[in-house]
Structures are given as C-alpha cells and as structure tokens.
Design a protein around this ligand. Sequence first.
Ligand code: GLC
Length: 473
Amino acid sequence: MSEPEPASPRVLRVVHVAAEYADVAYTGGLGEAIAGLARATARTGANVSVVIPGYERAFAALGGDTLPIGEVEVALPWGPCAFAVHRVVRDGVAIFLMREAAYFDRPHLYGDASAPYSDNAVRFAAFARAAAQVVDGADVVHLHDWHAGLVAPLLARTWSRPEPRPRIVTTAHNIAFHGAFPTSALALTGLGPDVLSVDGVLHHGRINLLKAGLQFADFLTTVSPTHAEELKTEAGGWDLAGLFRHRQRDLVGILNGTDAPREAVTPAERTARRAALCAELGVETPTGPLFALVSHLTTQKGVDLLIEVIPGLVERGAGFVVLGLGAPALTEALRSVARTSPRVAFCERFDPALAQRIYEAADVICAPSRFEPCGSSQLHAMCAGALPLARATGGLADTVKDVRDGGWGFVFGPPEAGALADACERALSLFGDDAAWQAAVDRARGVPPTWDVAAASYVALYERLLGRPGAEG
Ligand code: GLC
C-alpha cells in the first residue's frame, strides 16, 4: 500500500506504524518524532507511508481531505472487526488512517488523565493487526512503541507471500509503557499459543506488546545514544535490560531532530517577548529569568521536583510558566502554586502554538526528567533562544552541556530537588551577566540536529538491513 508507485525498484519503501503523528493526532514528543522522521525520510527521495489509528480528531485535523480506499478485517474472539482505510498525502508522506469508530472515535488517544481506556489491549491489538495488512510492498516496516509492537510477530511469524518479508525496525520511545496484558489477551493478537514463551511475547507471565515489537524485530533503535546504553542497565532498562543486552549488536541510539525555526534573537527582543507572554498569561513580568516547563506532567518528567523549587525561585525574582496535561496529583499542586503566586502561570492544556511562544519568550526551559529517551522541549527551546536546564539523563545528556564546561545550559545529576535547586541557582546568577547569557544562547541554537540529519542515519540503517550495495556501516 506504499504510494505513489515507486519510480524505480531502488526507491526505498518505508512504512511506519505508530499511535501518533504530529499535527494530525498527537500528545507530545512521540508524534513529533514520527512526523519529523517520516517527512525528512520522504525528502531523501524514499517512498514513505505512516499507518495510524483513524482517531476522530485525525479526520478533523485533516479537514476532509482523506479518501476511503478500502477495508481490512480483523477477527476478534466475539466476531469480525472492520477497519475502513483512509488515505491522504501530507508533506510527501502517505498517511493511512485505520478507522474503527467504536475504538477510536473517543475524546482522547489513550485515556484521560486518571486512567487509560480499559479496552486498550483490544484497541491497539486490533489496530496493529489491521496495520499489518497494509504494509504490502514495503522494504522496511518501522514500528514505534508498544502500540505497534504486535506487527513484528505478525509479520515475522505469519509472512507467506512470495516476495521477501520486509525488514522490521522497532523504536523504543518510551520504555516505561509496555502494553502488558493478561495472557487471556492472546485471543486478541491473531498469534498462536507458541508465542507464549519468554522467547516470544511473554514477560513476567503477561503478554507484553512492547517486548513483542522488540523480540521479533530485525533491528532495534531508540532516540538517543545515551539512552541506548541506559536500556542495557538494570536501572534504565525497565525490566527489559536482559533483552536489550542480548540484542545489543542490533541496537542503536539515533538522536531525534527538530525542524523548529532557528532564529537569532537579541536580548532586547527577548525582553519584549517575555513581557508580552506574561501579559498574555496574566502574570507579572519577572525581574529575574522566566523559567518554563512544557511537558507531560508526570513524575517521569520530574514535575514533582520542580513543584518543590518553584516557590524559592519566585521569591528570588524569577517567573514560572507551566504548560501541559498530566497526573491529577501534580496538576492539583501546580494549580495551587499558580493561585498563590502572581508570577506563576499554569496552562493546563496541550497547545503546540503556545508551546512555541513559550520557547521564544522564556529564558530557561526545564527538563528535570528522571529518565528521558530524547526529550523534545529542550531541542525546540534551544533553537528559539532559551537555555535548557536538564538532568543528565538519556537524550538530555546528549544535547545539553553545562555552561561551566563551555556549554549552553544548566545540568544536574541526582534526581533530587536540592540538585535541581542548585542548577536553578546557577541560572539565576548567570542571568545577571548579559554577555555570557547571550553567548550561551548563541551556542545553543546550533546544537539540535535537524530531522534531515536523523533521517540520513535511519536511511543508512534501512539500506544496511536490506543488504543494499553502497549502504554505510
Ligand atoms: C517519548 C520519550 C521522549 C522522546 C519522544 C520522541 O515521548 O519520552 O524522550 O523525545 O518519545 O522520541
């Protein structure tokens, strides 16, 4: 189903399968990464498709441009489930939306802030089984996170066509989410009981769809070199370290890119933008730096640590803006901080346009994550002229270097409020030195790779897996 028809047999045909795609249906970095990679891969001349669930909001975002092109059926234990396949081309990428209203016409992609949808095993198993039926002609099927994981054993175990099976690449974006379900979910998967082993999809007595994607893929990637190393450690492998160690020769970390605009801004322009943003959000413009957090609001992201340090920062003259949705305990605490401080704004929503205005107006973008495979807000912020304040983990460690070491940000180690507060303190004192601050801003801008850079690494990997002459590495 890759389209349009390849001009020559040498045109690389890649089909991504994922739960999100930026600007169409997404909740954050995952959707941005898939869209950034797919669009940049298409720019290399490859034929690129993306298969995502046909969420109601995806159709709304695409404004009626999608065309129904067929139907695929998945046999569920209680009867057949029909997905209508819709197609549209955007930015050189063919987007396939797999529509099944009962599962995907919902207000959220995965569930609301308090809980995932109780039928997510059915929703994403059915989606993956439908997706596995529309990868005809692909050279490479590239799967992302647990939602797409089932495609790997479906292709690896049941391929029966005369042409060679596509190479399978699985990327782990967020290892904390496994898609683990009771073994009774086997009936949803379209697989036989032979996969119910530790060499198959079984993990600690449950069916694990992330493991399915990793175990049956030809190659594994994650989204930064440091995170690829972390995945092999007990502390960083989220219970799958053994698998990553076992497959370490088939594992690479490729840093995500960003296509955010890179604009040189003068200190005067930033001062004006800071004031305008504070006015827009109805908070006092700080005399000190404006700190910001644009993130899913979870303990993974270290939001609890940040909540502890905000009052102290505000007392020292700083301002604070938080944008995002997340765990009720954290959002409640943020609401209460914002209520009591005239220099703290909490915007409880997903709003990419406001996120960009924040990157362009804030002085410091915080990423105090406990773990972070890549992270996207620090990349966007650095392009826009804010300095990152980050914990040294995963992709943050690969993209943020401390100003003390000639870098462009503020880095801390232990995931503790004290260490975070020290890093904030250093930001407060550097803020007093206009020249040093501006020099760091100028260094930061060139650091994040573009998606073209990341896509070139993926294309080299695909070509190598296909054994094509001229492939690098
Ligand atoms: C996940 C990770 C994040 C990464 C994103 C895109 O959301 O948590 O670190 O940037 O995927 O790869």
